[in-house]
Write a protein that binds this ligand. Structure first.
Ligand code: FAD
Ligand code: 2HG
Ligand code: ZN
Length: 498
């Protein structure tokens, strides 16, 4: 996957933040210690000119929006090395940021100042797979796509799929509680993860790598690491239950005139496709224009529509599922819910249709910049946030067709089945006036419409000032107490949401 480096926000996302003086500055003796613990090749030293260039990709996030200034990357090879280096960092007040594939979209995976980056990229062992139970146990640094390909050879699939699968790590997926394209069918990682091995900041290894589906023995602490965003410890191993690989996957792609029609189509899909429905994704016309502009691929439908949906079925009898999908499409077209549609005829067409959805984030990354809002909103108001945001930007004279305006367009797409919209404000350049117009306005709007300010990407640095729009004072206080219990010195991923 391409890594865009072009644009950096003027503030690097750290407005109003100052380096915490409690944390020690990196010294030569620290680097010597890490070399003795890990070996020289697994310590990237950015204090030298050559080393500082090597660190660029680790210091900057996928969007090119958040940029830190770490001078050291550590790449442990096993859990005991993670334990050894974390204990040393804790004893010496050295702040750290855990990093997986660095595909996170909220500025959580890169340092804010000079935190040491602990990259899990050398921990990529597939530890075990049980063909009977479908339980997979892996190191945290295994790339999602690698795990999925390994499972495919064994007639199973990973219960999570997302556009960054070629780069993101399973440990990163767990730490962000990633949602993705299969959640509608297979549920969230809170349901699929059976066990976790993690290292606390003081070096203690928490071994909760259960392979059991049922285990009611007190507080289920692994859930704190699922979505913990590296603030409590480092996830080093994961066991999770993986579904059998469906024998038949079919995909339909169709155009609709309004968002109300999208809601009707979703209801019909649930009724008519029932147990084989595995994804229901929605894209507006602007999002498809960006994919078209970036790829120049021929559009799937002859005419253009204001909304598009992609429906996937996964089942065991190809003809039966195909007939069901065609029947669904016939029905929604006859009823005037859907204006036009196609059904993929083979595996390559399935892939090509998915690209019109999966390729949106990548296509948008070619623009000047994007302000990304990953919102959960009840279905009836889900798309309204796009229109409301557009109106807000127009009223502030920030959105227009020419280069005089910083904002190029406002668009929405996402996991319709999961009530999750990705609102993207595409800009010609990042600017404080746009950010001040959007934030906290969007978060307040979301709260007023009973939504959540993060459906699946997490909070990271991006939403640090806004957690209160989704969590009340009691919950924030409990979260702070949990943080203090796990990480009393606060060295784990500081400056982020907690
Ligand atoms: P990173 O970005 O490296 O880290 C993310 C956070 O987890 C950071 O706070 C980091 O400190 C922490 N972390 C990472 N590894 C560990 C560890 N082992 N232990 C403790 N903390 C750790 N997200 C979705 O939910 N759904 C999508 O559909 C989706 N699609 C995407 C498409 C594209 C093209 C891109 C670029 C991103 C997408 N994302 C999506 C966001 C991102 O890919 C996910 O959040 C992913 O789970 C992050 O994994 P990572 O390994 O890259 O983690
Ligand atoms: C997706 O579903 C990802 O494609 C990325 O979660 C969303 O870029 C985004 O806003
Ligand atoms: Zn998503």
């Amino acid at each position: 996957m391409a890594h865009r480096l072009a644009h950096t926000a003027s503030t690097g996302g750290k407005r109003h933040l100052e380096r915490d003086a409690r944390f020690a500055r990196l010294r030569a003796e620290h680097i010597d210690y890490f070399r003795s613990a890990l070996g020289s090749s697994d310590v990237l030293d950015g204090t030298t000119l050559e080393g500082s260039l090597e660190l660029t990709g680790f210091n900057e996030d996928w969007m090119g929006r958040y940029k830190g200034n770490s001078q050291l990357v550590l790449r442990p090879r096993d859990t005991s090395q993670v334990s050894q280096i974390l204990a040393y960092c804790n004893d010496n007040n050295l702040a750290v940021v855990p990093q997986g594939g660095n595909t996170g979209l909220v500025g959580g995976s890169v340092p804010v100042f000079d935190e040491i980056i602990i990259s899990l990229s050398n921990m990529k062992r597939i530890r075990d797979f049980n063909q009977v139970s479908g339980v997979l146990t892996v190191d945290a640094g295994v790339v999602l796509e690698t795990a999925d390909l390994y499972l495919a050879e064994r007639q199973h699939i990973f219960p999570l799929d997302l556009g960054a699968k070629g780069s993101c790590h399973v440990g990163g997926n767990i730490s962000t509680n990633a949602g993705g394209l299969r959640l509608l069918r297979y549920g969230s990682l809170h349901g699929n993860v059976l066990g976790i091995e993690a290292v606390l900041p003081n070096g203690t290894v928490v071994n909760d790598l259960s392979g059991l589906r049922k285990n009611n023995t007190g507080y289920d602490l692994k859930h704190l690491f699922i979505g913990g965003e590296g603030t409590l410890g480092i996830v080093t191993g994961v066991s999770l239950v993986c579904p059998p690989k469906p024998k038949a996957v079919n995909v339909a792609f169709f155009g609709l005139p309004t968002y109300d029609h999208v809601q009707s189509a979703f209801q019909e899909a649930k009724l008519r496709l029932g147990e084989v429905l595995s994804a229901f994704e929605m894209m507006d016309s602007h999002s498809q224009d960006y994919v078209h502009r970036a790829t120049q691929f021929k559009r799937p439908l002859e005419t253009q529509h204001d909304f598009y949906c992609l429906v996937e079925t996964s089942g065991s009898i190809a003809n039966h599922d195909y007939e069901k999908l065609e029947g669904f499409l016939d029905h929604v077209m006859t009823e005037g819910i859907v204006s036009d549609g196609v059904v993929a005829q083979d595996v390559s067409q399935v892939k090509a249709l998915w690209h019109w959805r999966e390729g949106i984030a990548e296509a948008l990354s070619k623009a000047g910049g994007t302000y990304k809002y990953d919102l959960s909103i009840p279905h009836k108001d889900l798309y309204q946030v796009v229109k409301a945001t557009e109106a807000e930007l127009v009223a502030s004279n920030l959105l227009g067709a020419t280069d005089d305006f910083p904002v190029e367009s406002v668009l929405g797409y996402g996991h319709m089945g999961d009530m999750n919209i990705h609102l993207n404000v595409v800009v010609r350049r990042y600017s404080d006036s746009v950010q001040n117009c959007l934030e906290p306005w969007i978060y307040a709007w979301t709260q007023q419409h009973n939504g959540s300010i993060s459906a699946e990407h997490g909070l990271g640095l991006a939403k640090k000032p806004y957690v209160g729009y989704s969590k009340d004072a009691v919950m924030l206080d409990l979260m702070t107490q949990v943080k203090k219990l796990f990480d009393p010195k606060g060295i784990m991923n500081p400056y982020k949401f907690i």
